[in-house]
Design a protein around this ligand. Structure first.
Ligand code: AMP
Length: 216
């Protein structure tokens, strides 16, 4: 068995990266590193970085490569990354992929696989604009596909549910555009390195089993 514990998840926003991450980290001690979550945390704490990123995020634009790559490099040195990690939403540009390569080299780590979540645009937009999450614990719901038991209330902790400001139709459309312009080229980049595993909506269960086999 070849173990594959150092993973990148690539896909348009709403493609299922976060859901898959949650399913895997429930069973394996992988660190889930979402640059979107880290940035939202910075905004919540009103740090200098958060203030810089807030405007860009609100418009669905990318935060500069050096900023996010620095954040990820720091995060990768933490103890919970030892077993393995999922990079969710990073890298999003070739520049970030190159910075990641340098960081991993300096930390004597390597990538094992890059999972590309291939989902149709209309499904993505439907999912994003119906996505709601808990203000308190971050649990994600979908008004259409995965509604909470009680309207506006988190099943898990009773917290208040809200829509992320960048999940509005206008910003979600912009984020999809940004994905195709900046992140799509990464698919060829990692395919050329022999690391790419593409999964579609129909193959999600088989892909999950395959990933789990690599983590054992
Ligand atoms: P996400 O939660 O991954 O959809 O990210 C939300 C927003 O955070 C994105 O629309 C970007 O503005 C910003 N962001 C997250 N990750 C990155 C990244 N790797 N590079 C640049 N910006 C990012």
């Amino acid at each position: 068995m070849i173990s594959k514990r150092n993973l990148i998840f690539i896909g348009a926003p709403g493609a299922g990266k976060g859901t898959f991450s949650a399913l895997l980290t429930r069973e394996y001690p992988l660190a889930h590193i979402s640059t979107g979550d880290i940035l939202r945390g910075e905004i919540k704490r009103d740090t200098e970085l958060g203030r810089q990123a807030a405007g860009l995020m609100k418009e669905g634009k990318l935060v500069p490569d050096q900023v996010v790559a620095g954040m990820v490099r720091n995060r990768l040195t933490e103890k919970d990354c030892e077993y393995g990690f999922i990079l969710d939403g990073f890298p999003r540009t070739i520049g970030q992929a190159e910075l990641l390569e340098e960081a991993l080299k300096s930390l004597a780590r390597k990538l094992d696989a890059v999972v590309y979540f291939k989902v149709d645009d209309d499904i993505i937009l439907q999912r994003l604009t119906a996505r709601i999450s808990c203000k308190n614990c971050g649990e994600i719901y979908n008004k259409l596909f995965l509604p909470p038991k009680q309207d506006g209330v988190c099943d898990k902790c009773g917290g208040e549910l809200f829509q992320r400001p960048d999940d509005s139709l206008e910003t979600a459309t912009e984020r999809l555009k940004v994905f195709y312009a900046n992140t799509q080229p990464l698919i060829d980049y990692y395919a050329a390195k022999g690391l790419l595993l593409t999964i579609t909506e129909l193959e999600m269960n088989a892909a999950l089993a395959q990933l789990k086999a690599g983590l054992a």
